[in-house]
Design a protein around this ligand. Structure first.
Ligand code: GCO
Length: 422
């Protein structure tokens, strides 16, 4: 039954590194191969979306969806600093065109966690040179593909590095258990470190403490990320002024029990409010929510007793999305696009129930007048959940990785039905 109007962007999301396979020039690939690293398995061929994107986009289209959020891999486009690959440019041109030719709106992300190795060798996401490097890449994308794009997310989950440092600190102070960060990182491994790993990093990146995007970030690094976003926005607008530009944030539904008010306020300020000045000139905000977090007087509380947990050990809490949308809309006055929301589960019925509740929340927000322009479920395909590997199944489409055969799950069609009249 139709829940959204025709202009509403309804689709699903992926990220290059998690689905394409053989993203060999990126920092993540390098870290996955390290014998003492925190990745549970390497990404390898992933789900071979690089070669099978047509099949995947067609499945999305046939289900009735009209938007596909995916990322362009910077390390493929610019394998060496200042050198752009024509072959990879043509690859992404084909993906974007394929979407357009099939009536699917491409929502493109320029940076989704993985970065070129050369960037990390220069100091990565703590280096003062990174905003200019990122702006040059953004300008190239706008020049090459600008005519075919209406929506660009510069940086995915710009606040992730800061969240990782906070959770690391909290684990260290034994305030929280692992599993409080909305991404598949193995926090304990990440914090433990080892001389062997330091050596492996030194070999790959010329430093034993590489500032990759998903490492704990300093305040300086946070400023670099903001500057990179603002610089990329300027490049995009210069070359293709019609493009709507935003970034995405990982946003928990931050709640509190009596006595936790102050800490909850501080958590939200760190996660969202302190970014308002840099976002003031954005066209939209990409909202990414998976669950809630409840704050007590001493910080985050464990999941409520008896709560249903997802494979990621988040509390099953689909109503969190509408709470977050309402909350951000109080302070951010551009459009809102849900760029990620989803559940890792092997029970597709629970996924359908999650989707139903979450999108019901989106609909209520729209009815109240909030400018929510789209919803992309995470993820189109079961894929590589970073350090947690292939065990987490978020997808609307299952993939047998031995044969790469796709099997659409009922949830894919349940989502598509929200744009149909019957
Ligand atoms: C993120 C990323 C995705 C994850 C997803 C599930 O939000 O962390 O955008 O790459 O796979 O969130 O954890």
């Amino acid at each position: 039954m139709r829940r959204f109007s025709e202009e509403f962007l309804l689709g699903a999301a992926t990220a290059a590194h998690q689905v394409e396979g053989n993203n060999t020039l990126s920092d993540t690939w390098a870290q996955e191969q390290m014998p003492h690293g925190s990745y549970s398995e390497p990404s390898g061929d992933a789900v071979d979306h690089y070669h099978r994107y047509k099949e995947d986009i067609l499945l999305l289209k046939e289900a009735g969806l009209n938007a596909y959020r995916f990322s362009i891999e910077w390390a493929r486009i610019e394998p060496e600093e200042g050198e752009f690959s024509e072959e990879e440019t043509e690859h992404y041109r084909s993906v974007i065109r394929f979407c357009r030719d099939h009536g699917i709106e491409p929502i493109v992300t320029l940076h989704h966690f993985s970065s070129p190795v050369w960037l990390i060798r220069k100091g990565g996401w703590e280096a003062d040179t990174t905003p200019d490097d990122f702006a040059r890449y953004a300008a190239y994308i706008a020049e090459q593909f600008g005519d075919d794009l209406n929506y660009v997310c510069t940086i995915n989950e710009a606040n992730m590095g800061i969240q990782i440092s906070t959770v690391a600190r909290q684990i260290f102070q034994q305030m929280v258990a692992v599993g409080k960060v909305q991404v598949g990182v193995n926090m304990e491994d990440l914090m433990r470190g080892s001389p062997e790993l330091a050596r492996e990093n030194l070999e790959a990146f010329g430093t034993d403490r590489p500032a990759v995007f998903v490492s704990a970030r300093t305040t300086h690094g946070d400023e670099i990320v903001m500057k990179a976003h603002a610089a990329a926005r300027e490049s995009l607008r210069k070359a293709a002024p019609h493009i709507k530009v935003g970034w995405t944030l990982s946003l928990h539904d931050v709640q509190c029990v009596p006595g936790g008010e102050e800490k909850a306020q501080a958590e939200w300020a760190e996660e969202f409010t302190h970014y308002l000045p840099v976002m003031a000139d954005d066209d939209f905000l990409g909202v990414q929510n998976y669950s809630r977090t409840i704050i007590g007087p001493d910080g985050p509380l464990p999941n409520p007793e008896g709560a249903e947990l997802t494979q990621m050990e988040y509390e099953y809490y689909p109503q969190g999305l509408e709470n977050v949308l309402r909350r951000v809309a109080k302070d951010f006055h551009g459009d809102l696009i849900v760029t990620e929301n989803g559940i890792a589960t092997s029970d597709d019925k629970r996924r359908i129930a999650f989707l139903d509740r979450a999108t019901q929340g989106v609909k209520s927000c729209i009815e109240e007048g909030l400018p929510v322009k789209g919803y992309c479920y995470w993820s189109l395909l079961d894929n590589y959940e970073w350090q947690k590997g292939y065990g987490m199944t978020f997808g609307l489409i299952g993939v047998n990785r031995a044969t790469q055969v796709r099997t659409a799950k009922p949830s894919l069609y349940a989502l598509g039905r929200l744009l149909r009249d019957d």
